[in-house]
Design a protein around this ligand. Structure first.
Ligand SMILES: Nc1nc2c(ncn2[C@@H]2O[C@H](COP(=O)(O)OP(=O)(O)OP(=O)(O)O)[C@@H](O)[C@H]2O)c(=O)[nH]1
Ligand SMILES: [Mg+2]
Length: 403
């Protein structure tokens, strides 16, 4: 500003013709405008990072090889690394029944009016509302109820409790996918197995890696973690805390490094140490950002090269986001050949029906479920326990789950 003032003073006392003065003033205005652009951009990035949104600039699409270090994105303001304290020894283990208590309560409330009545149009409406309220989704709800109506007519079902049982049976039939977690890629037995974790921001990718690492290490497996989120400054230290807790080795790169290169380094280190599995973290990204999805596809391709082989690409979905999880799943499946879903934050969500929608509509198996923030709060998805916990099927004993 002092500089501009001095120039204006000079213009004022100088002997220049008017046209020269106007020209000089225009040049100064243009220079000031150009100087403010980076400040505005930086403050926008800071605001977006503080709000936890994926305000990263798109990395330029890079051809497959070489893998080594092109800068990918400018460092964002470090977001808080969130790692819960170590679990107290007497803490009760997470269960489906407790995790789905809120979904079950919502469903029961909506179905309360049909109890004791012969099924009629209102009964079906209540069922529809209840399933939609549990986030089963429109098309899956309609298909489910069409089939249930047919079953009810054929079997002469008149009691609402029997209808609930029939619904439970029907759901179990749909949830029949193979949900075993692969310890090697098909046809690549000698290669180092990689489990890649992908998903939008804040869904629980890093926490899930911590939980999976805890589980695998506890069963005697040698785990290497790859800090493939090179965008968020605090991401590597968050993963380091989890790695330290479960005795895994962490391989990380510098902030802004190419995530493919970090994952590749981790796989080489794991192969050299004969580790059983590499758990690779990735930065959260919106499924609508094409360049970021291309970057993820590249990470997967690089991870699948010798000496590694991608055994699992696990899409992490936050159960509380409901139906948006379906569009995330479609886009990520297209970019990275998703082999299974980890559904996190099912604890406290009233939208537990999303599991059914994911499997019925997309055919993706839900393999793991997060029921809390702690290392032990991860369970294998079990259709029977899920259906029982969601519907609270009459006649079957249900743990209270805090209800
Ligand atoms: N209640 C609950 N919280 C969870 C669960 N999984 C993760 N969280 C919490 O969700 C928050 C985000 O978890 P992160 O693991 O950092 O998520 P992320 O997907 O790695 O996030 P970005 O790397 O920023 O994209 C943390 O506070 C976790 O403790 C879960 O199953 N239940
Ligand atoms: Mg993370």
């Amino acid at each position: 500003m002092i500089f501009i003032g001095a120039i204006l003073l000079f213009l004022g006392i100088g002997d220049l013709p008017d046209a020269w003065r106007i020209g000089l003033i225009l040049i100064i205005v243009a220079m000031v405008a150009l100087m403010t652009v980076p400040f505005v951009q930086r403050s926008r990035q800071r605001r977006a990072a503080a709000a936890g949104s994926p305000a990263r600039s798109d990395p330029s699409p890079v051809a497959d090889p070489p893998v080594a270090d092109p800068p990918v994105a400018p460092a964002a303001a470090p977001a808080q690394a969130s790692v819960p304290p170590v679990t107290e020894p007497d803490r009760a283990p997470a269960t489906f029944a407790a995790g789905l208590a809120s979904s079950r309560r919502t469903l029961r409330d909506r179905l309360a009016s049909i109890r004791g009545r012969t099924p009629d149009a209102e009964t079906w409406e209540s069922f529809e509302e209840a399933l939609l309220g549990a986030d089963v989704g429109v098309s899956t709800t309609m298909a489910t109820l069409d089939r249930l109506r047919r079953t009810a007519a054929e079997a002469g079902i008149t009691e609402p409790d029997d209808l609930m049982r029939a619904l439970g049976d029907q759901m179990r039939e749909v949830l029949d996918a193979d949900r075993a977690l692969a310890t090697s890629a098909p046809g690549r037995d000698g290669a180092t197995a990689v489990w890649l974790f992908v998903g939008v921001n804040g869904v629980g990718k890093t926490t899930t890696i911590g939980k999976v690492g805890h589980r695998l290490s506890s069963s005697g497996q040698r785990v290497v973690m790859a800090a493939g989120d090179t965008f968020r400054a605090a991401a590597a230290s968050q993963l380091q805390t989890w790695a330290d807790r479960c005795g895994a080795e962490l391989i990380s790169g510098s902030s802004g490094a190419d995530p493919s290169s970090v994952v590749h380094d981790a796989i080489s280190a794991a192969a050299a140490r004969s580790a059983d599995v590499v758990l690779a973290d990735t930065a959260g990204r919106l499924q609508t950002r094409k360049n970021l999805m291309d970057e993820l596809a590249k990470v997967r391709r690089v991870a699948d090269r010798e000496p590694g082989a991608v055994a699992e690409t696990l899409l992490v979905i936050d159960a509380t986001t409901g139906q948006n999880g379906l569009s995330q799943a479609r886009a990520f499946a297209e970019a990275t050949d998703v082999t299974g879903v980890v559904l996190t934050k099912l604890d406290g969500s009233a939208k537990g029906g999303i599991v059914f929608a994911i499997e019925a509509e997309l055919g993706l198996p839900v393999k793991l479920v997060g029921l809390g923030e702690h290392a032990e709060d991860l369970v294998d998805f079990d259709p029977d326990s899920y259906v029982d916990a969601l519907l609270g099927v009459a006649g079957e004993p249900q743990p209270s789950g805090g209800e």
